[in-house]
Design a protein around this ligand. Structure first.
Ligand code: MLT
Length: 327
């Protein structure tokens, strides 16, 4: 029996190499498929491997009449309709560890760039200026970093901040204070974090509780001069409220890698705003991370299709419906 694996987004060659080792798999991976091309091709696919470029919504999942597996080469499955997948007996799996370091390093890069106005200085010099006064910054040493969400990435950011001699406080309702204390992080309430942090970095999932958690009310609780970094998900921020906080001078700046709708529209209130650094969802875009997540996603697909073993399942309720393949 041959299974067809469709890969609409670009993945690293190392992922294709893993798949090509299995005689049981046939792979279609033209790269960068458009939505209508993916919709046309998915009817023949047993599995798809996606990054954030493909939205596996109910329409796409329903069109995949043979579809058994969706493997997300990355962490977030907010581009997958998990309920629709479960209803159609499709197992969704992700690769949560592969881009942790890249994302943590990028977050730290954003924090340094924000503290020292590095992109603005570069842009100014490119425009012919030699302005050493306009881009004064602050040191990280001695400042307090508030980390919202202490999963893998938040913890790696904390390690780096401690190495920079920052005080690290964190909010995460799912992690014990003792576990954080052993990492050098003081567990605090969200209000306490808002009141004490000089820098706030977001590493939470988007849920009903966290959607637009950075808004006028939470900004009002923050220290004047706070700087905010988001390399997690755009929907954590109410864009208009943050833009207002920056214009009012209450928030000294923000560095954003993610947007509620990507790409952000031209008139997005935070794109191009003074004291805001914007990057196009680059945190996991290193060759290292893409090899890690691509290889891991490919192996998940091989194991699922050829031996009926499933790891990192994001919709565990589906497992009751999934029959182990014979042999
Ligand atoms: C993730 O969810 O893994 C990151 O945001 C990177 C990506 O979307 O590919």
């Amino acid at each position: 029996m041959t299974f067809h694996v469709l890969i609409p987004d670009n993945v690293d060659q190392a992922a294709l190499d893993v798949l090509s080792k299995s005689d049981a798999l046939r792979v279609t991976a033209p790269g960068n498929m458009k939505r209508d091309e993916t919709l046309a091709a998915i009817g023949d696919a047993d599995a798809i491997i996606i990054r954030s470029g493909t939205t596996a919504d109910a329409e796409l999942i329903q069109a995949g009449s043979k579809l058994k597996v969706i493997a997300r080469a990355g962490v977030g499955v907010d581009n997958v309709d998990l309920d629709a997948a479960t209803a159609h007996g499709v197992v969704v799996m992700n690769t949560p560890g592969g881009n942790t370091i890249s994302t943590a390093e990028f977050t730290f890069g954003l924090m340094l760039a924000l503290a020292r106005n590095i992109p603005q200085g570069d842009a100014s010099l490119r425009n012919g200026a030699w302005d050493r006064k306009a881009f004064g910054g602050v040191e990280l040493k001695g400042k307090t970093l508030g980390i919202v969400g202490l999963g893998r990435i938040g913890r790696e950011v904390a390690k780096r901040a401690i190495a920079f001699e920052m005080t690290v406080i964190g909010f995460d309702p799912y992690v014990e204070a003792s576990a954080l204390a052993s990492l050098g992080i003081e567990k605090v309430s969200l209000d306490d974090l808002y009141g004490r942090a000089d820098f706030i970095t977001l590493h939470s999932l988007v849920t009903d509780e966290t959607r637009h958690m950075i808004n006028a009310a939470s900004i009002a609780k923050m220290k004047k001069g706070v700087r905010i970094i988001n390399a997690a998900r755009g929907a954590l921020i109410n864009d208009a409220d943050l833009a207002q906080g920056i214009k009012d001078g209450h928030v000294a700046g923000a560095a954003l890698d993610v947007y509620e709708f990507e790409p952000p529209p031209q008139d997005h209130p935070l794109v191009g705003l003074k004291n805001v650094i914007d990057t196009p969802h680059l945190a996991a875009s290193t060759s290292d991370a893409q090899i890690n997540v691509g290889v891991e996603a490919a192996q998940l697909v091989v194991d699922a299709l050829t031996s009926g073993t499933y790891q990192n399942v994001c919709n565990p309720a589906v497992l009751d419906k999934v029959a182990k393949p014979a042999g």
